[in-house]
Design a binder for this molecule. Structure first.
Ligand code: ZN
Length: 462
């Protein structure tokens, strides 16, 4: 069977892939600081014979590792950044792995790093055995959690020359959706006022916190007059130090999201006016720190159909008794959510982990990902495999626990095999890549990708 060499290589490399998966999981690194994960992957890829470039696209912790030659050039998108505050042991009850407010892999990006590496090794083996022509490119993509890693990489030209790209993300279900998510802009407004004694001479003070609050009032009125799919959310990052001092510094951090990049930009421009108005009302100064933005995902239908076919072809390993028990204990912490998923997708009433593959659906989500930007540069897709108990939601301690456990890893191995089969099938069928490009050109109407991050915004150096 075609794909046999890829699948058996991934099985043989399980020990190495588990080690990488666990190492990245047990030393979680936040966005743009993934130095240990980057080093580990670079060394492994070099040993495997890949031509490795670090700092791809101008991002210090990004990797571009290639093997093979000529067309098609297929990109595999791995990630490895963690989330703040989600430190957790690989146990089915809440217990932080680190005292205090430690980070954790609450989105399972350690599984992505490992699965994508497994896919790259598998494809290489299959190409060698069957003398397939083409180039595989493993991308180590930092800082997905702040939604700008791949966007900076794109600005630096890291994805140029690809024929198509794939990204796997841990999920509660084995599925591929042709739906999309939300495009986004991330911005901080910093206000500077005049400090004064809040009791004795408030008339001499100009409150930066007032400016933040008035900006938020304005934004909350704006909500009524934007397209229905727009999301606006904020946190106050700085709001003064004591009530008896008029705050001379205050900051607010906004996300603006929408299905369409154009709508994000339009609402963003109005939000900037609101912040300017707040500064005017309070006689403070306002400074904009634009952190970045991304597109909404354009999942390519041709490539979706192919990965779905591969997901059905690759055998799934059964969940072990211990894994089902682990999942049951986690699901018991979110019982309503598990039942909701079971009902929505007509699953086995007692299922704790998903088995099988859902039919392809067109379900639009409300999250954002910087994978989206790659899908506006070349035909690309993102798909999910079951790595987590059915009831859990992303960015939670439950996901951190699953991502460090054998059940998460099992889902990642399955994903690695699916990606490997997908890539080798594409290498044998250039007409499929052409069809993917025809669809891509039709969808984008020839409009070139414009990076949402302007050249003057520097890559964060941590
Ligand atoms: Zn994620």
């Amino acid at each position: 069977m075609n794909g046999e060499a890829a699948i058996s290589t991934i099985d043989q490399e399980r020990g190495l892939l588990w080690e990488i998966c666990r190492k990245i999981w047990s030393q979680p690194e936040l966005a743009f600081r993934e130095y240990k994960a980057c080093k580990l992957l670079v060394e492994t890829l070099k040993t495997a014979g890949f031509r490795v470039e670090t700092g791809a696209g101008g991002v210090p912790t990004a990797i571009k590792a290639s093997w093979g030659g000529g067309k098609p050039v297929i990109g595999l998108l791995g990630e490895y950044d963690a989330l703040p505050g989600l430190s957790q042991k690989a146990v089915p009850y809440k217990e932080s792995a680190e005292p205090g407010y430690g980070s954790g892999h609450g989105c399972g990006h350690n599984l992505m790093a490992s699965a994508t590496l497994g896919a790259a090794l598998g494809i290489k083996a299959e190409m060698e055995k069957r003398k397939l022509r083409g180039t595989i490119v493993y991308y180590g993509c930092p800082a997905e959690e702040v939604l700008t890693g791949k966007v900076f990489m794109a600005r630096g030209g890291a994805f140029e020359g690809l024929d198509c790209a794939i990204s796997f993300h841990p999920n509660v279900l084995n599925r591929v959706t042709k739906g999309t998510g939300l495009a986004l802009n991330s911005v901080k407004f910093h206000f500077t006022g005049i400090s004064a004694h809040a009791g004795r001479e408030p008339h001499n003070g100009r409150s930066a916190l007032d400016a933040v609050e008035l900006a938020n009032v304005g934004a909350n009125y704006l909500r009524e007059h934007v397209p229905a799919d727009v999301r606006i959310h904020y946190i106050i990052c700085e709001g003064g130090v004591a009530p008896n001092i008029v705050p001379d510094k205050a900051s607010v951090w906004y996300y603006v999201r929408s299905r369409q990049r154009e709508d994000v930009e339009a609402v963003y421009r109005r939000l900037v006016k609101i912040a300017e108005g707040a500064a005017m009302m309070t006689e403070t100064k306002m400074n904009i720190e634009f952190l970045g933005g991304c597109y909404s995902r354009l999942n390519n239908g041709v490539l979706c159909d192919l990965i779905h076919q591969c997901m059905e072809e690759v055998p799934q390993e059964p969940w072990a008794e211990e894994e089902n028990e682990f999942a049951r204990a986690i699901n018991e912490t979110v019982p309503g959510e598990r039942l909701e998923i079971v009902r929505k997708y007509s699953l086995d009433a007692d299922a704790q982990m998903h088995t099988g593959v859902l039919p392809i659906m067109r379900e639009d989500g409300f999250g954002s990902t910087d994978v989206a930007d790659v899908t506006h540069i070349v035909p690309g897709i993102s798909f999910g495999t079951a790595c987590e108990p059915l009831g859990v939601s992303m960015h939670s301690w439950q996901v951190t626990a699953a991502a460090g456990h054998s059940l998460g890893f099992k889902g990642a191995i399955y994903a690695a095999k699916c990606m490997a089969l997908w890539a080798t099938k594409l290498m044998e069928a250039p007409e499929m890549i052409q069809a993917a490009w025809d669809e891509f050109n039709e969808a984008t109407k020839g409009k070139p990708y414009v990076c949402p991050i302007p050249p003057e915004v520097l890559v964060p150096q941590m």
